[in-house]
Design a protein around this ligand. Structure first.
Ligand code: ZN
Length: 359
């Protein structure tokens, strides 16, 4: 065990040294070549497939009772973050939590269990939505597993659900005039404030609503502003549908239009949430394994996006459970506990063994 542990940590460090920063999408070829070589060493059969010009690795036939899915891209960081450092049991570096530690643990576990009914994929593009990574592999039919586990950073919980999102930009039109004759114009800023006020009344039980993440408008202090716009970023629980949220936004817009506000909306982002029930087989396998390794287990809904929403939306049950803390994942001091990577390896081994017992 000791030797494997050291190898997994060393492999994580090697992955961190390859700055696969997305955007823009650096060093993908180099990283995929390195991962493929490692898979060869671990006795794992892989193919490299290109989706929308971006290279992904598929392990095995991409099918089977259990599929591990990970991503190799990371968000940008300080230059020093691409030189990994271990201090007081923590491995620091960009991607240590999200999710190169998880990738390392996953590949060693798959190698340990080695079974034709376990497959895997490692894709890029996750940090910018995953459409050209995981979603593309699913769309092309290159993978079609029965259940998926993603070793994504999960703050010691099992994410069996993730919230949905709908973000829009609302543009309010007015009419310009000199500030000394404001009555000749129509003040788009004031109409925008009124509109924002209406959106503040959304029931907090329906998720979080960030208003004004981006705001634009006005030209100068002595002119009535003729246009103003602001964004609405609504993250909603998986118990609500994207259509419900869209309808609510439309009805708020209608309310303002009836009051005489000229308002246009543009969708910036939309995604349905998902929920894999706790009694689904994949949840049971992972929960039992986590309990055995960590002593306790907890399910939660991920507040952000998960790449596995792409398979969950296609009816494939999926969960995320991986080493690291979401709280530090995209920050300047991103780290992962070395012991958490090793525990994740043990957990994935148990999940794999349990899955192949079902056949
Ligand atoms: Zn991630």
């Amino acid at each position: 065990m000791h030797a494997v542990k050291d190898e997994i940590i060393e492999f994580t460090e090697q992955l961190i040294r390859i700055p696969t920063v997305n955007p823009p999408g650096d060093c993908y070829k180099e990283c995929v070549a390195f991962l493929k070589k490692k898979c060869d060493e671990l006795g794992l059969e892989t193919t490299v497939d290109t989706c929308d010009g971006l290279p992904s690795i598929i392990g095995g036939d991409g099918k089977g009772v259990l599929h591990f899915h990970g991503h190799y891209d990371v968000v940008g960081g300080n230059k020093s973050q691409f030189t990994p450092v271990v201090r007081e049991g923590k491995l620091y570096g960009r991607g240590s939590s999200d999710m190169k530690g998880g990738l390392a643990a996953m590949l060693y576990a798959i190698s340990e269990v080695q079974h034709p009914n376990i497959s895997f994929s490692i894709t890029p593009d996750e940090e910018t939505g995953g459409l050209h990574g995981f979603a593309c592999l699913l769309d092309k039919g290159l993978i079609s597993p029965k259940a998926v586990i993603m070793p994504e950073v999960s703050s010691n919980t099992i994410w069996n659900a993730c919230r949905g999102a709908l973000a829009v930009e609302l543009a309010i039109k007015g009419r310009s005039a000199h500030s000394v004759f404001p009555q000749q114009g129509s003040n788009a800023f004031e109409a925008m404030v009124d509109t924002a006020e209406t959106f503040r009344e959304i029931d907090p039980g329906r998720g979080t609503v960030l208003l004004g993440g981006s705001v634009r408008g006005g030209t100068q202090f002595n002119m009535v502003p003729e246009s103003c716009s602001f964004s609405v970023d609504w993250r909603f629980p998986s118990s609500q549908s994207l259509d419900d949220i869209r309808n609510s936004i439309c009805s708020l817009i209608d309310t303002m239009r009836k009051k005489g506000v000229t308002i246009e909306s543009e969708t910036l982002l939309e995604s349905e949430g998902f929920l894999t029930p706790e009694d689904a087989e994949i949840c049971t396998w992972v929960a039992d394994a986590v309990k055995e390794v960590k002593g306790s287990v907890q399910f939660a809904e991920c507040p952000g996006f998960l790449d596995i929403r792409h398979c969950a939306h296609r009816g494939i049950p999926a969960v995320a459970y991986g080493p690291g803390l979401l709280e530090v994942a995209h920050g300047p001091d991103e780290y992962v506990m070395v012991s958490d990577i090793v525990d994740a390896f043990s957990t994935y081994c148990l999940v794999g063994k349990r899955a192949v017992q079902q056949i």
